[in-house]
Design a protein around this ligand. Sequence first.
Ligand SMILES: [Zn+2]
Length: 375
Amino acid sequence: MKRILKTLAKKPALISTITFVLLAVVIASVALAGRTPAVPDESSPVLEQKTMREGYGLYIDGKLIAATSIEAVIQDTLDYVLDSRLNEFSGDTVTSGSFTNTITTVFGEYEESAFVTSASLAALLGIESESVYTVSVKDYNGTECGVKLNLRVTTESKVTNVLESDIVYVDNGNLLATHEDVVVVEGQDGITEDVYESVYINGECISKKYLSSTVVVEAVDRVIERGVLDNERFTASSGDTSVNDSPFIMPYDGGYISSYYGWRSMGWHSGIDIIGGPGVPCYGDPFWAARDGVVTFAGNSGTYGLVIIIKHEDGSETRYAHCSTIKVTVGEVVEQGQIIGNIGDTGFVTGPHLHFEIRFDGQTVNPLEYVRLYK
Ligand SMILES: [Zn+2]
């Protein structure tokens, strides 16, 4: 240990303990002698003893925070501070945690007052209690020195998610006549556990990325049997052979059915959607009245877009929706097969098609059960 005498500034706080003790002894002796002590006034330089000793100085971002006699105390305290601050991530798995500051330990001579205990050092580094801490660091004088201890933490968190069951369609020729879907296996959703990696700076999440998924419970496919309609074209002369005497015909030739009547993934479907075929454009193609009748509506109507409604002699109705153009007017008498409009994509559609409905007493029916095989 070295002691150095140094002339110092007038700051009372900097008067070392030894100086203070010597001064006290002087004052006491003078008092005993019955004389008024000569206290040095602030303007006069005081000869002060400042004690320095060898030790290890902790520097954070170039600033001296404090010193210790034993080097390991610094690292142990830093580890303790790091652990304390990692406690806030108790819900997740911490995969790495470190301070991003430049932290160095330098051997040298430091003022006696710079030397601190491990507990004091932890307090200077912001640990107020086991669960309370501040980010800003104080130096051994107890003043904030403009240094922030920045903590970077990487965690892995697990999130449970629903694994939706797939729908598997199985063709069944027996269902062609009714065009019904039959659910043969109900299916069930599964469960996955998804792992995400998050990066935090001082507790604030700055990035989150998906790492992996584990299937905890397998999903069971929902199996639905449906009629086979692959490559079957619907024309004015095709339809259900059981209704050959039906007064309705298909309103568009060479069409594929892109969506059938009934419950579909999008909800209840009140008609059939007819398209040109996979990859065959139908936009602008003419279509015709499925049966003789009188036009009762021809115009724009909400999700139907441009729509034509024709009333037939038995009170039934046919509707033709999503038209690009309408070629008839309300009150006009039309014949079966007469061109009444062109296919379009007006209203609520995902692409051009003709939405065709048949209604009896206002209630929709499956048009494919009513369009006949024309002779
Ligand atoms: Zn439709």
